[in-house]
Design a protein around this ligand. Structure first.
Ligand SMILES: Cc1cc2nc3c(=O)[nH]c(=O)nc-3n(C[C@H](O)[C@H](O)[C@H](O)COP(=O)(O)OP(=O)(O)OC[C@H]3O[C@@H](n4cnc5c(N)ncnc54)[C@H](O)[C@@H]3O)c2cc1C
Length: 361
C-alpha cells in the first residue's frame, strides 16, 4: 500500500470522461460496448471545436453517415416535429422529410403508414476506442497518470480536499471526479451522496453479410418501436433500448433480446426479418441511466470537492469532451462558463418539473 499525493485532481474510473477531463485539466482513471453514434444534437462537433482550441488532432474515424428518424404515428410525428424545431432553433442542420423523401434516402424501409422523417446529414459514427486512445494519449502527454488494476473503495472529503481510498493505497487530492459510469451511484453512495444512477443492460446484434444493398446506409431509427439499424461489416447492426429492462450489472448478451427485436423489426425494417444473426457479433453493455435520461455534472453541496460526472446513458461518447470541459471549469474556476450546468444539477431530482428525454436509443 502506498500514499499518492496528487497536485490537483484525482479522476476516478471513467476512462472516457476522465481522459477528457484530464486532458483539459493538465493534471491528473471500458467503454460499455458502445456503437459509436455521434449526433450533432448531442454535441458531436465539440471534438472539432476542442481540437481547434488546443491544436490537438483527434483520431476519431468520424464517418458522417447521417441519422434518419422516421415515424408512422400521429404522436410520433408530433414528437419528431418538436425535436426538429428545437434542434433547428439551436442551429442543428436537420431536415424535415416527407414519406417520399424518407424513401429516397432509405428505399429498403417499409413505406406503409409512413408519415414523416428527419435527417441530419452531419450526424454519424466515431470509433469509440479511437476516441479513448486519442484522449488518453493527449492526457498522458500533459502529465496524467493511470493506475491500472486499482479499485476505488471510498472517497471522503473535507472543505480543503479529498482522500481517495483504493486497493492500491490512498490518494490525497484537492478534488476527485466520480466518472465511474454505471457504478457511479454506488461510489457516491459510499460518500453519503444520493446519485440516482441505474445500470441498464443494452444489447446489440449484427446480421450475417447481406449483398445487394448500399454499402453505406444512414443510421435508420424507427421512432415508433425504438429499433435502429445501419450497415456494419457487410451485414446490418440492429439495436433497441427496452425501457422496461430491469436494472442490472449483467453484461452478458440477453437471448430474449432476439425475441424483442423479432416482434418489432417488421414495423419498418421487414427486409431484415429473415436475415441470419451472426452469433459472434451479439454483445451487451451498460447504460448508466438517470431518471430523466440526462447526465449529472455537479459539485454537490455536501461534498463540493467530490465532483460528480456520470449518468450519460447512451450518449457518453459524444458528450465526453464537453463533459470534460465542464468539469475542468468547475475545478479551475469554481463554475462552468462554457455551458449552463443548471439543467444537469443533482438537486433536480428532488424538484418538480424538468425535461425528461423520451428518445432513448
Ligand atoms: C450497447 C451500447 C451502445 C452505446 N452506443 C453509444 C453511441 O452510439 N454513442 C455514444 O455517445 N454513447 C454510446 N453508448 C454509451 C457510452 O458507452 C457511455 O455513455 C459511456 O461509456 C459513459 O462513459 P463513462 O466514462 O461515464 O463510463 P464508462 O465508460 O462505463 O467507464 C466507467 C469505468 O469505471 C470503472 N469503475 C467503476 N467503478 C469503479 C471503482 N470503484 N474503481 C475503479 N474503477 C471503477 C468501470 O470498470 C469502467 O471501466 C453506448 C453504450 C452501450 C452499452
Amino acid at each position: 500500500m502506498h500514499l499518492l499525493r496528487s497536485t490537483a485532481t484525482a479522476l476516478l474510473a471513467g476512462m472516457l470522461l476522465a481522459c477528457a477531463a484530464a486532458q483539459a485539466d493538465e493534471d491528473g482513471f471500458y467503454l460499455g460496448g458502445a456503437l459509436g453514434g455521434a449526433q450533432q444534437n448531442y454535441d458531436a462537433t465539440t471534438f472539432d471545436a476542442h481540437g481547434s482550441q488546443t491544436g490537438y488532432k483527434f483520431e476519431l474515424g468520424f464517418r458522417p453517415i447521417g441519422y434518419l428518424f422516421m415515424t408512422g404515428t400521429e404522436s410520433g410525428e408530433t414528437a419528431l416535429r418538436d425535436a426538429h424545431d428545437l434542434q433547428r432553433s439551436l442551429g442543428v442542420d436537420v431536415d424535415w422529410l416527407s414519406p417520399a423523401e424518407v424513401m429516397d434516402l432509405a428505399p429498403y424501409v417499409n413505406r406503409d403508414g409512413l408519415r414523416a422523417g428527419t435527417f441530419c446529414a452531419g450526424d454519424g459514427l466515431i470509433d469509440p476506442h479511437g476516441v479513448v486512445s486519442s484522449l488518453w494519449g493527449e492526457a498522458k502527454r500533459l502529465g496524467a497518470r493511470l493506475l491500472a488494476d486499482t479499485e476505488v473503495l471510498e472517497v471522503t472529503s473535507s472543505s480543503t480536499g479529498v482522500v481517495v481510498r483504493t486497493t492500491n493505497g490512498d490518494i490525497l487530492s484537492e478534488y476527485a471526479v466520480n466518472a465511474a459510469g454505471p457504478y457511479a451511484g454506488e461510489l457516491a453512495g459510499r460518500a453519503g451522496i444520493d446519485l440516482p444512477i441505474t445500470p441498464r443492460r443494452r444489447n446489440l446484434v449484427c446480421t450475417e453479410g447481406f449483398a445487394g444493398m448500399p454499402e453505406v446506409t444512414p443510421m435508420c431509427v424507427d421512432s415508433d418501436t425504438g429499433v435502429l439499424t445501419r450497415r456494419e461489416g457487410g451485414g446490418f447492426l440492429i439495436g433497441y433500448s427496452d425501457a422496461h429492462d430491469p436494472p442490472s450489472f449483467d453484461t452478458t448478451f440477453d437471448p430474449a433480446f432476439l425475441d424483442a427485436i423479432a416482434e418489432r423489426i417488421g414495423n419498418r425494417f421487414s427486409f431484415l426479418a429473415n436475415l441470419p444473426i451472426n452469433a459472434r457479433k451479439c454483445w451487451a453493455g451498460l447504460y448508466p441511466e438517470t431518471p430523466d435520461h440526462h447526465a449529472i455534472i455537479d459539485a454537490p453541496a455536501q461534498a463540493p470537492r467530490f465532483i460528480q460526472c456520470a449518468g450519460f446513458g447512451g450518449h457518453g461518447i459524444m458528450h465526453s469532451l464537453a463533459a470534460g470541459q465542464a468539469v475542468t471549469e468547475l475545478i479551475r474556476d469554481g463554475h462552468c462558463n462554457t455551458f449552463d450546468l443548471h439543467p444537469l444539477r443533482l438537486t433536480r431530482f428532488t424538484e418538480t418539473g424538468g425535461a425528461v428525454e423520451t428518445a432513448v436509443l
